[in-house]
Design a protein around this ligand. Structure first.
Ligand code: TYC
Length: 101
């Protein structure tokens, strides 16, 4: 048998854990108009009118709705931009982020 036959296969590149994803969560409030919530969702997240409406109405009825999941940086940036967009118009609409379990 050849000396080179049974080379152990050594993993030289350790497996990296995938970065944890973070949810962007839309919070309901009593003041922001429904149409404005839909407008913000469409502007900041790549979703259709229909998807935006469903997300808005879910938050309206249940108090919160997950909009999408991203890596932490992107989730935080989108939540901040969407919340700021509402703030500039004087609405209390809020988006928060939370790590996925
Ligand atoms: N509850 C608001 C209203 O009745 C509409 C609304 C929906 C606001 C979803 C925020 O995340 C929200 N005008």
């Amino acid at each position: 048998m050849s000396d080179q036959a049974a080379k152990p296969r050594i993993r030289t590149r350790p497996k990296l854990a995938r970065p944890r994803l973070h949810k962007v969560i839309l919070l309901n409030d009593d003041y922001t108009p429904r149409s404005f919530v839909v407008q913000v969702l469409k502007a900041e997240f790549r979703i259709t009118q229909d998807q935006a409406y469903r997300i808005m109405i879910t938050a309206h009825l249940r108090g919160v709705c997950v909009v999408a999941v991203y890596t932490r940086d992107i989730a935080e940036t989108k939540a901040r931009r969407a919340t700021d967009m509402a703030k500039r118009e004087g609405y209390p609409l809020r988006f928060e982020t939370e790590p996925e379990t």
